[in-house]
Design a protein around this ligand. Sequence first.
Ligand SMILES: O=C(O)C1=C[C@@H](OP(=O)(O)O)[C@@H](O)[C@H](O)C1
Ligand SMILES: C=C(OP(=O)(O)O)C(=O)O
Length: 442
Amino acid sequence: MSGIPEITIGPFTRAQGSIVLPGSKSISNRALLLAALASGTTTLKNLLDADDTQVMRNALRQLGLSVIDQANHVCVVKGCGGQFPVREADLFMGNAGTAIRPLTAALAMQGGNYRLSGVARMHERPIRDLVDGLRQVGAKIDYELQEGYPPIKILAADIQIKDVVKVRGDVSSQFLTALLMALPLVAQEAVRIEVIGELISRPYIDITLKLMARFGVNVACPDAQSFVIPAKTSDAVYKSPGNLSVEGDASSASYFLALGALGAGPVRVLGVGKDSIQGDVAFADALALMGAKITAGEDWIEVSGVKNAGGKLNGITLDCTEIPDAAMTLAVAALFAEGQTRLNNIASWRVKETDRIAAMAKELKKIGAIVEEGADYIVVQAPAALGDWKSPSEGIDTYDDHRMAMCFSLATLGPNTLKINDPNCVAKTFPTYFAEFAKIVS
Ligand SMILES: O=C(O)C1=C[C@@H](OP(=O)(O)O)[C@@H](O)[C@H](O)C1
Ligand SMILES: C=C(OP(=O)(O)O)C(=O)O
């Protein structure tokens, strides 16, 4: 990433305006892969243009697909009907979990030889539960460096479908998502995927199921831990829906919604609303619980300040397993709340772009917050008085984590100027973040 080393911004007192959200990362990468695997041509509208979707597009092109970017975030994908034209490839997946995990599963069904690697941090992000799931159907996958982590090599193998495939769901839901999207390609008989133990980040599974249904594959869910993939009736199991419009990104919306609460608002996000299929729209409910004034329509949400007369948010205790990404925004909003905010069930933060619990705790403390971290929780208490807010001269470190940079931009609604290091890491999901932020704050 070409990078300016830092930006120094704020302090701001107001936030007001509206923003058209970029496309959802989760929907974009699922739609790209399903369109590639489908029969027919799919025109994707409002596709996210960012690092995570770029690595997916590049990988699909390397695999022999026609993936044509057009103006205004339109992308046209000619599907291959289930079999990638290229049988050997070395694919770079950056730090995109939504690219490497689903693609690994789809490639393991192909009977070709592939290598998948990423940035250094990707090689510290687990993939074992997915590999274990794929090995149950005969996939041959080797770890190149460290057992359980990318880079991985997929070797040509005969896939033998079984009636039950088991997968753990407590480290990442993306492993289940990957199996759900890939197994229909080889399901001569119906296959039941059984989740062992807790399933975190469940709303992302619902996104997967809804998109698979758009491409013609309907998965049954007889109970919360089981998913039944129907037996395939033709070689090309996925069928293009023709056009598919990607919703605005609900996780990206969270920063602007928080701004609407901290800076009196109104701030309106356009592109997600009551009809969204993304779990992170529940961030608006969490913000309401903290005292923000929220209204919503089918495809917009607006925040106009805070309900209570003092104009301050109140701290909350929340189980965040269903909103792991937007929960980070709550941790920084907690800087502006009366009382402490406790975010529970966030162990997965530790295996994402960085160890987000440790990073969040360290940087919030630099600003003057009182923070306690545990294996799977964080407690944040605002600086006691205005005079206790600090503006660290070394700046806020962002750990190559887009969400750290976006979250900490909110702290500029405090009393001080803030230096944010490596702001361009937002390119992972929201390259224009700071330009949009600048339009809203004053
Ligand atoms: O499937 C997805 O699109 C995602 C699932 C979540 O990951 P986990 O399931 O690892 O929590 C989320 O944090 C990530 O940004 C996107
Ligand atoms: C966890 C995230 O990304 P990934 O899709 O790489 O898991 C995220 O965007 O917050």
